[in-house]
Design a protein around this ligand. Sequence first.
Ligand code: ATP
Length: 291
Amino acid sequence: MAVTGSDSVLELDQLTVAYFRAPVVRDLTLTVGRGEVVALLGANGAGKTTTLRAISGLLKPASGAVRLDGADLAGVSPTARTRLGLAHVPHDRGIFFGLTVAEHFRLDGLNSQAEMDAAFDHFPALRELRGRKAGLLSGGEQQMLAIARALSRKPKLLMLDEMSLGLAPVIVDRLLPAVRAAATGHGTGVLLVEQHVHLALKIADRGYILSHGELAASGSAGELSKDSALLAASYLGETGGSGLSSGRARRRGQICRSRPSQCGARSVRLRIFPLGLRGSASTMSTVLGHL
Ligand code: ATP
């Protein structure tokens, strides 16, 4: 395992990931620093989950490199990656409905009272629920358990895949500060895939937007959250055909790459005036809900 000197906890270097030889993530280069929260954004099918699965070793990249703390992870098993400090909370949360909250922590090797207390400190509401089976928890409580389990391993990198799935924004708003606290307080790097874009950018330092498997834009969370048109266009997979010219975005230093011909091929029908975008009524109402 080659190690390079770097300040980044995670580096993706021109990562390409394919299913059955068809690339769905192409030449993706991104970094997550120590103590940094980075949002990975993009429309359904953009390749976000695939990227996380390649980082955790569940998928083998077709080309490119994944480095954790400077160490190239090529050939390192998912289990070994976990031992090296990588924690991945998938969108199904990876919990066992028949086990209680406390049993989950014991399963993770937290045996002493001090270790249990530290795990509960991430979400104090879980303390009262220690004897309850995970299957009887609410969606938000299950997500607390999933995140607390991941954080109790003191990971170098925490990857959260759509932690908000099935949760009301108000619940997500309660979960995200614990993620920010882990980054700020413990130096954990966080890669956050999240549909509630503005909630994610509220706690993130930086963001990357994937479109059709390629990096469409990147920037500070502040810059990205101000650019509603860019975000909405990205969520339609329309970075090239939305009225946002790639030249304009390049001038801002945000757009890294786009394929107007490919993106522009998507159907566009109804004009959405506040954003200057076009799209079908149902799609646009979904997008606006996320924004
Ligand atoms: P979502 O937000 O909907 O989960 P995503 O950005 O996470 O989207 P991925 O799940 O990474 O997107 O999927 C990227 C592309 O790869 C999609 O076109 C999807 O249909 C395809 N894909 C995902 N999993 C597989 C698989 N196991 N086999 C073949 N193709 C797949």
